[in-house]
Design a protein around this ligand. Structure first.
Ligand code: TMP
Length: 238
């Protein structure tokens, strides 16, 4: 497989074409952002940790029957993925109150939600990724009602499997964000990344944040925390 021209440069990765039309070459960068990109820092080693963690998680989800865009890990910082047209939605699933949910609704962080709560955000930097509902999604023609039904079903399955996965390594899955895309034939596929950048993970014993909140809240260095998550994941996947 040959790496082709740069197609996209995002906050945390670069995407390149390949000599196969439906395959993309993704490179994870040593970059962290917060506040929708207003704060940005280079963090050495983050790219390779997220590439490896995301690869482990997508392989695990494939094994559990959840189709996704991951093809194979190429190197410490690179992976091959299936080409999709990204649907501009951030799909957030919450098991415990935290972050913007706690702030918006005045609910103490750590409150256990009786049922997982699914939320949609419109991925549009110029609008600061606003919180939207299904009527907004239909009005903006972001996705068809049937696509939304499939996305919600997949998000619930991902939540159940990730809760189980992280439980096995002593971590509580507080919430996470996933994204979906359309393949050339129109079918919906789980895409983007799943890593401590996109999940809130609390260590069960200590309650410590094992995720990007260390950067968002300036609690400490991300790299040792992400390394610990990767080490725990690779131990159980052997
Ligand atoms: P929030 O509490 O800030 O809304 O975040 C909910 C979850 O979604 C949390 O695990 C972090 C993740 N997330 C992203 O991955 N990207 C984003 O742009 C935002 C706002 C949240």
């Amino acid at each position: 497989m040959k790496k082709g021209q740069l197609l996209y440069e995002g906050k945390a990765k670069k995407l390149y074409a390949t000599d196969e039309e439906q395959v993309i070459w993704a490179e994870y960068l040593d970059q962290a952002t917060a506040l929708n990109g207003a704060r940005k820092d280079e963090i050495k080693g983050k790219g390779e940790l997220n590439n490896q963690i995301t690869s482990e998680i997508f392989l695990y989800l494939s094994d559990k029957g959840i189709e996704n865009h991951f093809i194979e890990k190429l190197s410490k910082t690179e992976q091959l993925i299936k080409k999709v047209e990204v649907i501009p939605l951030e799909v957030v699933v919450r098991n415990l109150a935290a972050g913007s949910f706690s702030k918006r609704l005045g609910i103490t962080e750590g409150t256990v939600l009786p049922e997982p709560i699914l939320e949609f955000y419109y991925k549009e930097d110029a609008l600061d990724d606003p919180f939207i509902n299904e009527a907004h999604i239909a009005f903006l023609k972001i996705a068809a009602p049937e696509e939304i039904r499939l996305i919600k079903e997949a998000a619930e399955k991902v939540n159940q499997e990730l809760i189980r996965l992280f439980q096995q390594i002593g971590l509580e899955l507080v919430d996470f964000k996933i994204e979906f895309g359309r393949q050339a034939d129109g079918t919906i596929l789980l895409a983007d990344e799943i890593s401590p950048d996109t999940c809130r993970l609390w260590e069960k014993e200590s309650g410590a944040s094992m995720d990007k909140d260390n950067y968002r809240k300036q609690l400490g260095d991300l790299v040792p925390v992400y390394r610990e998550v990767l080490q725990r994941l690779t131990k159980i996947s052997v």
